[in-house]
Write a protein of this length. Structure first.
Length: 591
């Protein structure tokens, strides 16, 4: 699996009692800060390029800072961030013992944290959240962070220009900060009025979190439910996070006490600490991202764990056909580390099949003696840990920007784990996106074991369309399924599809049609899979290679509450996605 970046992870904490309460009960003024640190660490999978936090203190006097922010870049950003904050708190607390009016940084009631993955190519501390918009009025001072990607940033930018504004950057975050800030001034700090005015203009996937200097906080989710967010409250705290298990673990609460922010809702936390969810905007097209279930979210969530096992089980019929039902001479494994749960489901499905075969074999015995029955019962599905991921090497490669020869050694293999030229080798992965890791690394090293046949299984369907809602696969030309279909398509057909897409450029996005799907229509899933296998198999690999994908129908049945499958089907939840799809096809072909 190529490492996919996913923008991003959020965490909010609001204390509902005076700071002295937490010092007395928990023995530290850093109770909320410690919880924020743990929430961010538990969601580290969602962003490893940078991290930032913001804090509001409600008790400071005029003349003292009331909103604090710290940001860091790099894979160790969380540790460096909280180390820096701790040093600032310690240094200032020593001064505060002598001068009672000095505010201690990052000691307050309101906290907001963010983990960043860049999916737009922009990097640097400038783009690390939270972003601030300062004002001498506490109610109009805004800190903003989010897990989002707009598909109509150009439209919002044009709206700001029409108001006489001059945004200094064109990034989504800057645009939203200026739009929300303008509305905050106009609505005198009323965050509910602000979101009701601004949210209807946004096309894309988002969980947007904000905090004002007055102590009001919000977490707003897009009306299509593309991105996810959960919250928990008791008499001491209100907590928000991108993933449910993070709250479960850090707050030590059961799953039933955690609520999801529904599509189109915003959780509002008042200056007094009261939390309420309100519907801001509705949509009939609810399509939560299924990639959250397949890959992005940590598998420790109860429902995601079950679904990933079912995804592994669902590909068993295709696997059995590929090995000609020869379990005795087949070894099963997985690509570490995210495919392990799907692997467990696959093995359960294979064992169910084998158990039925054992029963049939016993029924057919002429003489049901103990030895014959024991021989049948002893048959097992053979599993091995064939591939081992070298995390340090992957980090080294990403740091120096090299590929090819170095990337070929990201995975190690367990030698002698299969019988050369006798055993089939079946290896499951969570998804196949670009195919580069398969060709440059995985297939090459697995072929060294000399399997009779090598079968790569994807627990996700063929990824045929780019994503524009916060996953770093917006370049359609990178997708191996698209490249496979392109190889089989006549040049004149491609030119005609491009002409249709180009002819839509002057139309409103609401009138645009997905013509890219015409590239796939002449071919069956099996034909595309075979062409993918051909493209990802290096010239020096001589064993047969087959690629098996999850069916779209099985995915829809297993992840029935997360129907966002546009990367597999081209069925985008918003018209902004179709507009971006046109651009994704036209720009490469027109140079």
């Amino acid at each position: 699996m190529e490492q996919l970046k996913h923008e991003c992870g959020v965490a909010l904490i609001r204390l509902r009692k005076p700071l002295e309460y937490y010092v007395e009960k928990y023995g530290t003024p850093r109770y909320a800060l410690n919880k924020l640190y743990l929430l961010m660490q538990k969601q580290h999978n969602r962003g490893q390029e940078g991290a930032g936090i913001a804090c509001v203190s409600l008790e400071v006097q005029a003349g003292e800072e009331f909103m604090f922010r710290e940001r860091k870049e790099g894979k160790n950003a969380i540790a460096e961030l909280f180390s820096s904050v701790g040093e600032q708190m310690t240094a200032c607390r020593d001064v505060a013992r002598r001068v009672s009016t000095v505010a201690v940084p990052f000691t307050g009631e309101c906290y907001m944290g963010h983990l960043r993955y860049s999916t737009t190519g922009r990097s640097g501390l400038t783009y690390v959240h939270p972003h601030l918009r300062r004002s001498n009025y506490r109610k109009n001072t805004l800190a903003l962070c989010g897990n989002f990607n707009l598909t109509n940033g150009d439209e919002v930018f044009a709206h700001l220009k029409s108001l006489g504004q001059h945004p200094r950057r064109t990034s989504d975050t800057t645009i939203l900060l200026e739009q929300l800030g303008y509305s905050l001034d106009k609505n005198e700090g009323d965050t509910q009025a602000v979101l009701r005015e601004c949210m209807p203009m946004w096309d894309g996937g988002f969980v947007l979190c904000g905090m004002t200097g007055k102590g009001e906080m919000f977490a707003a989710r897009d009306p299509w439910g593309i991105r996810t967010a959960f919250w928990y409250s008791d008499d001491e705290v209100v907590v928000v996070a991108s993933e449910r298990p993070a709250i479960q673990t850090i707050m030590n609460v059961n799953i039933e006490s955690i609520k999801e922010i529904n599509p189109g809702e915003s959780l509002f936390i008042s200056a007094s600490g009261e939390a309420t969810c309100q519907t801001i905007i509705t949509s009939d097209n609810i399509m939560p991202c299924s990639f959250e279930r397949i890959y992005f979210s940590r598998g420790s969530d109860r429902d995601i764990y079950r679904e990933r096992k079912e995804l592994g089980r669902a590909v068993v019929p295709q696997i059995l056909a590929a090995i000609d039902y020869d379990l005795e001479n087949s070894v099963f494994s997985f690509i570490p580390n995210t495919a392990e749960v799907a692997f467990m489901g696959m093995i359960e499905g294979l064992n169910d099949y084998l158990d039925k075969e054992k029963c049939k074999a016993i029924e057919m015995l002429d003489s049901k003696d103990t030895l014959s029955i024991s021989k049948i019962i002893s048959r097992r599905v053979r599993t091995e840990k064939v591939a081992i991921k070298d995390i340090k090497l992957r980090t080294f490669i990403s740091e120096i920007g090299e590929r090819n020869e170095l990337a070929n050694h990201v995975y190690d293999i367990t030698y002698n784990s299969i019988r050369p030229d006798i055993d089939n080798l079946v290896v499951i992965d969570d998804s196949i996106v670009r195919g580069t890791t398969l060709r440059q690394s995985i297939i090459t090293i697995l072929a060294r074991l000399r399997p009779r046949k090598l079968i790569i299984v994807s627990s996700a369907p063929q990824i045929r369309y780019p994503d524009f809602y916060g996953i770093d696969m917006s370049n359609i030309g990178d997708l191996i399924a698209f490249r496979a279909a392109l190889k089989m398509t006549d040049k004149k057909v491609i030119e005609e599809i491009c002409r249709k897409c180009t002819s839509q450029q002057s139309k409103p996005k609401e009138e645009m049609v997905n013509y890219v799907s015409d590239i796939y229509k002449p071919f069956s899933d099996l034909e595309i899979s075979r062409k993918i296998a051909e493209l990802v198999t290096p010239e020096d690999v001589h064993c047969p290679v087959e690629i098996i994908f999850q069916s779209r129908e099985s995915l829809a049945q297993i992840c029935r509450n997360h129907s966002g499958d546009w990367y597999f089907t081209g069925n985008y939840p918003t018209q902004g996605g179709v507009k971006q799809l046109n651009n994704a096809l036209i720009f490469p072909f027109e140079g």
